[in-house]
Design a binder for this molecule. Structure first.
Ligand SMILES: [Zn+2]
Length: 319
């Protein structure tokens, strides 16, 4: 059975028809107006209709960038879209009028499920995915099942507190992991370093076009051997690794998967992450150690994971 996966972002929708092996058979994209909730609903209906015209599909999965209710119908809160208690499943079902089953899933959960089923996690049963973009999202697979929690909002690892009275987070609390292990944190550290010691940051500023330092410029400068850029990525890796060790204390995963834009830094990020993880792991030497690897599914993970979760059914997703 084929299923459609729709990855809903702040500024665009990407959708695809996915087969039972996780292969995308057809794919389309639409820009959306993030300030208009109705236009996002309409955009989702439109892409699903277009794909359904060419393929017979048995289920539809919608990956949304926010908190999703445990019955997988409603987006409770979405930071980048005007969705508050938004009945997404109902709206899309009404727009389509076909009766094909629809499930709504958190986008990081969808991406994590795709890595677990078809990507770097396909040979493990217990896995943590960290999506490190602007923020820090997470997904957990425990015993081959996606962990949603009692109310649908589990695995929000980015909001575990790692620094008492630390940086203010978008969630309203201070010292969340996301404030230290994310693209935004990396850029903040780079700009602070550049303000304090401008001559150390010449190359990163140059690569950013002369203005404020941007994330990709840090990676490029580090790949060229720029010492400040290398140390900034090492610091980011330290935060990722130490936080992952805390998760390992709780859940003992076999694999930690690093997804998102910072993955472009490769070993410049992975090596310090692994070192910090092992350094912070409790009872080291007396337990097997989780592997830490880059995600394999790229930008298509949300589409593939949402489709696969929809195809398997809302409550019984077992790999
Ligand atoms: Zn937070």
């Amino acid at each position: 059975m084929h299923a459609i996966g729709v990855d809903i972002g702040g500024t665009k929708i990407a959708a695809g028809v996915v087969d039972g092996e996780g292969r995308i058979l057809a794919q389309i994209r639409r820009d959306t107006d993030a300030s208009d909730a109705d236009s996002v609903d309409a955009g989702v209906v439109e892409v699903v209709r277009e794909l359904s015209a060419a393929y017979e599909v048995g289920a539809i999965g919608l990956a949304a960038p926010g908190f999703v209710s445990s019955d997988q119908s409603t987006v409770l809160l979405c930071p980048n879209l005007p969705w508050r208690d938004h009945p997404l499943r109902e709206r899309v079902a009404a727009g389509l009028g076909t009766g094909v089953p629809i499930v709504v899933e958190n986008d990081a959960n969808a991406a994590g499920w795709a890595e677990f089923r078809f990507g770097v996690g396909r040979d493990v049963e217990d896995m943590l995915l960290l999506t490190i973009g602007t923020g820090l999202g997470g997904a957990l697979v425990v015993g081959g099942r996606l962990v949603r929690g009692a109310y649908g909002v589990a695995a929000e690892v980015g909001h575990m507190r790692v620094v008492p009275d630390g940086h203010l987070c978008g969630c309203g609390l201070h010292g969340c992991w996301e404030q230290y292990a994310s693209g935004r944190a990396l850029v903040r550290s780079a700009r602070t370093a550049a303000a304090n010691l401008p001559e150390s940051a010449v190359r990163m500023i140059e690569l950013s076009g002369g203005g404020k330092i941007k994330g990709p410029a840090i990676t490029t400068a580090a790949q060229e051997g720029d010492p400040l850029a290398v140390s900034l990525l090492a610091e980011l890796g330290r935060w990722i690794g130490e936080g992952s060790a805390s998760v390992a204390a709780l859940l003992d995963p076999a694999l930690v998967v690093i997804g998102g834009g910072v993955g472009a830094a490769g070993d410049l990020l992975l090596e310090p992450t692994r070192a910090a993880f092992l350094g912070a792991l409790s009872a080291r030497g007396f337990r097997p150690e989780a592997r830490i690897e880059l995600a394999a599914m790229g930008n298509d993970a949300g589409i593939v994971g949402a489709a696969d979760l929809a195809r398997l059914g809302p409550q019984d997703a077992v790999g």
